[in-house]
Ligand binder design. Structure first.
Ligand SMILES: CNC(=O)c1cccc(C)c1Nc1nc(N2CCN(c3ccccc3Cl)CC2)nc(N2CSC[C@H]2C(=O)NC)n1
Ligand code: NI
Length: 186
């Protein structure tokens, strides 16, 4: 059934599901899995719509991974425009990073997460360029070559499938130290 996702369904840090490694989805994905992934994508779109977000008290985000709604399954949804005005709006099933640059990048403003109700300041080092393979909502195998903001968002969401939170990557001794061999994304 197509009921909308609101913040009540978003699992917050401390819940063990956020620290589990999610299971691959058996292909072809079930109608229920596809429906859930479509609801996740709709949530992200809603969270960016001022009126809807205000009406339902949604926190804005550009990505959501299934463990964040308590489902330990390898699927995620993203909806955003990167710094070069390229649009990304998709659900991904069993996404995996198949190659990445040595070079790193990061958001100078740090990262936020819908499952983390606090500010965790600091630079989050990410690979500057990644190649991802996965299956989309139409059941097609996709291969994505991403850089900059898009690479950061997808790494943040794929981390959720492996039980990794963005602050796990922040340098404990000097949170604002740019990583070796890196350039800021924004
Ligand atoms: C602590 N400082 C900060 O958070 C931070 C602070 C400043 C700048 C950035 C860039 C920061 N960082 C950051 N800002 C975002 N948004 C910017 C605003 N935007 C949004 C807001 C309103 C309408 C539409 C939209 Cl689109 C929603 C997305 N999102 C993420 N992340 C990390 S990768 C996954 C992604 C995510 O969806 N998080 C919930 N990080
Ligand atoms: Ni997150």
């Amino acid at each position: 059934m197509n009921d909308m996702i609101t913040m009540d369904q978003i699992v917050r840090e401390g819940d063990p599901v956020l620290r589990k490694k999610a299971e691959d989805i058996e292909l072809p994905a079930s109608k229920e899995e596809i429906e859930t992934l479509k609801e996740m994508l709709q949530f992200i779109k809603n969270s960016q719509d001022d009126e809807i977000a205000k009406k339902y008290n949604l926190r804005p985000g550009v990505g959501l991974a299934a463990p964040q709604i308590g489902l330990s399954k390898r699927m995620l949804a993203v909806h955003f425009t990167d710094f070069n005005d390229r649009e990304y709006s998709m659900g991904l099933i069993n996404p995996r990073i198949v190659s990445h640059s040595v070079e790193k990048t990061y958001l100078q403003s740090g990262e936020g997460c819908l499952s983390v109700d606090r500010d965790v300041p600091g630079i989050v080092p990410r690979y500057a360029r990644i190649t991802i393979k996965g299956t989309n909502l139409e059941g097609e195998e996709v291969k994505l070559r991403l850089k900059g903001y898009a690479a950061i968002v997808l790494q943040h969401e794929i981390d959720h499938l492996d039980g990794i939170m963005f602050y796990d990557h922040i340098n404990k001794d000097n949170p604002f130290q740019p990583p070796e061999n890196s350039t800021p994304a924004e």
